[in-house]
Design a protein around this ligand. Structure first.
Ligand code: ZN
Length: 450
């Protein structure tokens, strides 16, 4: 290829996103994580198989247009993941030509059962309503995931499966152990939202008498194949455990800010030997899947955390997290994340004539701090041009937009009653959960100098 006037970088790797989020883009504002979870049945509910495919495809199109060539996707189906549902999502990535690790999010408790005391705060009528939101028994979820792992027909080099017990305390201990066994049996990854919000951190201590990370460690889940999503409320001992076990954190600064969860300490993670990847999280909670924005925020958030500039992450560290760090979290280290002999040809070509690069003073600093996706000209994945001259070559984006509008209308209709239920639940959750988070919770990682 003639690449004169172009800057090449390895495809960005989104270490944490959600396929189902893309049809729910922009549906909320001023939502805490707990209010987002409350809204889940409304904004992600009643999806048909083609809508599951469509939602994944929308995200894949956005990601490739914004220089991202692989992702770790925690997709959701209720009451349990299905072989067909996972194939529908997986085939969306295959059709766009993007790499993905697809980990169905599973739980055997509702959000309302997972938070001690929350059920009691609901009226009897609301208690009866949320009973109906209960996921399938865990054995059903495990059996369905096992079937999907066995019967997977997509090229595993491109789209493979993993297992995502969604939030530790939303899963019984026997379910968590079964997830770990399943992942071990099939040699695939495990991914979980751990200590994302202060409410979760406090609930972990209340339920288990130890942190969520210590709980997972004691159940045997931590290892090089394990990825923590977020980890905003990890303490030093948690990070040490993750580092010692060779685990990863998918750091999602955009989502953490958007949901008011706080600022994850990437410097402390690196100091404890944790592998750090970067993610955007789902479009239902951070509204875009732009990995350039995730890089810029990762850098800025670190710089906003303390006055000691030696502790700020560097643009180099952020760039490595968004590429090689993500590759390791996806279990694809040594194969993607670098432009080097022996690696897959997942390459983004940036237009050096774009104003983002005029003038070109420092390629790493501008890659992390200036680039916003606007200079992406071509994207190659596995040697195939998936974006050429800013256009996706593999799918008809105009047709996709028409399908998305039709889906939006249908879903607004069929989910109207669920929306109304969520709106009745929101004031209770909105009062109860911040109350839980008002207790002191010390994250002893680093104390700013005297
Ligand atoms: Zn997430």
């Amino acid at each position: 290829m003639d690449a004169r006037g172009l800057l090449l970088h390895p495809g960005l790797i989104n270490a944490h996103t959600h396929a189902h989020g893309n049809l729910a883009k922009g549906m909320g504002d001023r939502w805490t994580l707990e209010l987002l979870l409350t809204a889940g049945p409304w904004i992600s509910g009643s999806r048909s198989l083609p809508e599951k495919h469509l939602s994944a495809k929308l995200g894949a199109v956005e990601m490739v247009l914004k220089g991202c060539t692989a992702c770790y996707d925690l997709s959701f189906e209720w009451p349990a993941p299905t072989v067909e549902g996972l194939q529908a999502v997986g085939s969306a990535y295959a059709e766009v030509g993007m790499r993905a690790v697809l980990a169905p999010m599973v739980a055997d408790r509702t959000f309302f059962e997972a938070i001690p005391g929350l059920m009691d705060a609901l009226t009897p009528a609301l208690q009866r309503d949320v009973e109906k939101l209960r996921p399938a028994p865990w054995k059903t979820s495990v059996a369905n995931m096992r079937a999907a792992l066995r019967e997977w027909t997509l090229d595993r080099d491109r789209v493979r499966l993993a297992v995502a017990p969604t939030i530790p305390h939303h899963c019984s201990d026997e379910f968590l152990r079964a997830c770990a066994d399943l992942a071990r049996e099939h040699g695939v990854g495990l991914h979980s939202h751990v200590a994302e919000s202060k409410v979760q951190a406090v609930v972990g201590l209340e339920r288990y008498g130890k942190t969520l990370t210590a709980h997972l460690d004691d159940l045997g889940l931590l290892g090089p194949h394990f990825t923590v999503a977020h980890g905003v409320w990890l303490d030093a001992d948690d990070m040490q455990r993750l580092g010692d076990r060779g685990a990863s954190v998918a750091h999602n600064p955009g989502s953490n800010l958007r949901l008011g969860n706080g600022l994850a300490d990437m410097r402390a993670m690196l100091e404890h030997g944790v592998n750090v990847g970067l993610g955007t999280d789902g479009a239902n909670c951070s509204d875009n899947l732009n990995m350039y924005e995730a890089m810029r925020l990762a850098s800025l958030v670190s710089k906003g955390q303390c006055p000691e500039r030696e502790r700020w992450v560097t643009t180099e560290e952020v760039a490595v997290a968004a590429t090689e760090g993500g590759a390791r979290a996806l279990g694809l280290d040594g194969r993607i994340g670098r432009l080097a002999a022996g690696y897959k040809a997942d390459i983004v070509f940036l237009d050096l004539g774009h104003v983002n690069w005029v003038p070109l003073n420092d390629s790493t600093n501008q890659f992390v701090h200036t680039e916003d996706g606007a200079a992406v000209r071509h994207v190659m994945i596995g040697g195939r041009m998936v974006v050429e001259d800013r256009r996706v070559t593999t799918v008809d984006v105009a047709a996709l937009a028409r399908e998305a509008e039709a889906a939006r209308r249908r879903l607004a209709d069929v989910n109207a009653a669920t929306k109304e239920l969520c709106e009745r639940l929101a004031p209770v959750v909105g009062r109860f959960c911040p109350g839980l988070a008002r207790v002191p919770y010390r994250v002893a990682r680093y104390v700013s100098g005297p």
